[in-house]
Design a protein around this ligand. Structure first.
Ligand code: ARG
Length: 576
């Protein structure tokens, strides 16, 4: 068992002996923010004491009196207003590291009670280019799904494509009257975008054009064969664009149930909400009101427009119903930008009124925007939104330049492969590193730098560890020491070892708070501890038993770096 879990378990036993009614889930043990005070700490007794109007230090004393950690910790300290500080015995630390060397799990435990979690992410819109705004949902959602899976949850990913909606009226008019077949072959997305813009602009001044678009939309929704065929073609062309990008990003979905999958359910769903009194007529439309919630008082949600058309919320209600019925999830997570906060608040409230029988957790994980270096929304020089595919191409080209300068002798194919892994990794990491709710400035130079908190820096740290092993092999030939033991002699070895132990705690926090930036920072610190260790503790020049122990530390660090980057969706290289 990982030491912090063992301490937590014993602490819970001691707390329940003293306070039989305490909610033990609040009793948690976390790494100490400052190693000066210890390796782990718990602040649980302070809140337990407060709730019982007791003196926290006194309660702490009583609990510590019942707490036996002699086998793993030094004397437990009561600090400040009632913190408990724990310091591992050196042999406990060494034993915990050795357990991983002997084939135990890599400093994290899979949950023994797996939950089913649906992650709804990426979800771009058909017939439009996937732009830089979709990158955050795609990268963040993919990472959350990977972390949850690694921790043993049953994860179902669903790409809720925007493949139905009012844009198709205009697109159909454009397709029927202005389509350039050559251009469509060359670059289908650009041609569809051109058609949309053309009709959209024309509609602003020409009511007949707007009317034509409306009529095409009504025909499509009524199931007109010709319009459906065009719609299917537009969807297929978009899908192949999306797939190219997903392949490059290494992102996969279990399902792609677009908005159109739920069309058939919408009329009866709206009727049901009306009959149950959840929705009511409002100015010719049907709406759900939230009078009891001050912030939502003036924001009813429309579920059917006065012309009979259904809304984004209506489709999302049908989608949620489908997920509940087919997958019985414990939780559904939506990853979109912050502008959709009101939508999801409304959606979740309506769903609760409608499906009172379920306690399924609903979470909107939202994020801020990407800004250009001028602090304004990130756009091309001409002021256009940036296409995701162009951005990913540029990342690889820039990385190729760096690689070619550093290692001109590598064959071109290998340089290109390195550039792909470094370029895509850099973009992903730069997106995951900031607190997701703040806007961040997109900077090629920063994200591709080999120093600082970047993907190339971490990939380089990993490659350097691999090169230590290549050299060790050369020095040592075939013979390797049987059953090497971890021995922690210097403070640098101990600090590195303690940081390794925290990998699982960080993964759990990422999953609980939907914040991969914690993992980015953990890995960056890990690379820092490793550097301090490597600079102060000779590895290849030390005597055999010490060398064997230090190589084990190198290996554990390499494995955590690789696994940590992998759940961020970032590949590693043996050589850079
Ligand atoms: N297609 C939407 C957009 O591009 C995102 C959909 C998010 N998922 C959902 N179930 N509403 O903004």
């Amino acid at each position: 068992m990982l030491p912090h879990k063992l301490i937590e378990k014993r602490l819970r036993q001691a707390v329940s002996a003293v306070l039989p009614d305490a909610d033990l889930s609040t009793v948690r043990v976390r790494p100490c923010p400052d190693p000066k005070f210890g390796d782990y700490q718990s602040s649980a007794l302070m809140s337990l004491a407060k709730a019982r109007k007791r003196n926290p230090r006194e309660l702490a004393g009583e609990v510590v009196g019942r707490l036996d950690l002699n086998d793993c910790c030094e004397k437990v300290e009561i600090a400040g207003a009632g913190f408990l500080n724990f310091r591992l015995k050196p042999e406990t630390l060494a034993k915990s590291l050795q357990a991983v060397v002997s084939g135990g799990p890599l400093f994290f435990e899979k949950t023994d009670r797996p939950r089913t979690v649906v992650v709804d992410f990426s979800s771009p819109n058909v017939a439009k280019p996937m732009h830089v705004g979709h990158i955050r949902s795609t990268i963040l959602g993919d990472t959350l799904a990977r972390v949850l899976r690694l921790l043993g949850e049953r994860v179902i990913t669903d790409n809720h494509l925007g493949d139905w909606g009012t844009q198709f009226g205009k697109l159909l008019v454009g397709w029927k009257h202005h389509l350039n077949a050559e251009a469509l072959k060359d670059d289908p997305i650009a041609e569809m975008e051109r058609l949309y813009k053309l009709v959209n602009t024309a509609s602003e001044t020409d009511p007949a054009m707007l009317d034509a678009a409306r009529k095409e939309l009504v025909k499509l929704q009524a199931g007109d064969e010709q319009n459906l065929a065009i719609w299917r073609e537009m969807t297929a062309l978009s899908q192949s664009q999306f797939e190219t990008i997903y392949r490059l990003l290494g992102v996969k979905f279990d399902h792609t149930f677009g908005e159109s999958s739920y069309n058939a359910r919408l009329p009866s769903l709206v009727a049901e909400l009306f009959e149950r009194g959840i929705a009511r007529p409002s100015e010719g439309a049907l709406a759900v009101f939230f009078e009891e919630i001050p912030q939502l008082k003036d924001h009813p949600a429309l579920i059917q427009k006065s012309d009979g058309a259904f809304n984004y919320t209506t489709t999302d209600l049908a989608t949620l119903e489908h997920r509940l019925k087919n997958w019985q999830p414990d939780e559904v997570v939506y990853v979109t930008d912050g502008r959709q906060q009101l939508h999801f608040q409304q959606l979740f409230m309506i769903f609760r009124r409608w499906h009172t029988e379920t306690e399924m957790k609903l979470a909107h994980v939202w994020f801020g925007s990407i800004l250009g270096e001028d602090g304004k929304p990130f756009r091309t020089r001409a002021g256009e939104t940036i296409r995701l595919s162009d951005l990913l191409d540029e990342a690889q080209e820039r990385a190729l330049k760096v690689v070619s300068e550093k290692s001109p002798d590598l064959p071109e194919a290998q340089r290109r492969e390195i550039a792909r892994i470094v370029g895509i990794g850099a973009i992903k990491y730069a997106d995951l590193l900031p607190n997701r709710q703040s806007d961040y400035v997109f900077s090629w130079d920063k994200m591709l730098a080999l120093h600082g908190n970047t993907a190339p820096y971490l990939q380089y740290a990993y490659a350097r560890i691999r090169s230590i092993f290549r050299r060790a092999e050369e020095l040592r030939g075939q013979e390797s020491k049987a059953d090497p033991q971890i021995r922690l002699e210097s403070e640098h070895e101990a600090s590195l070892g303690k940081h390794l132990l925290n990998f699982g705690i960080v993964l759990e926090t990422v999953a609980e708070e939907y914040r991969p930036n914690f993992l980015c920072n953990y890995l960056y610190e890990l690379a820092g501890y490793f550097t301090a260790f490597y600079e102060n503790c000779p590895v290849l020049k030390s005597e055999p038993a010490q060398q064997a122990s230090r190589l084990l530390l190198c290996d554990l660090t390499g494995r955590v770096l690789k696994e940590g980057l992998a759940v961020l969706g970032i590949e590693t290289l043996e050589q850079m």
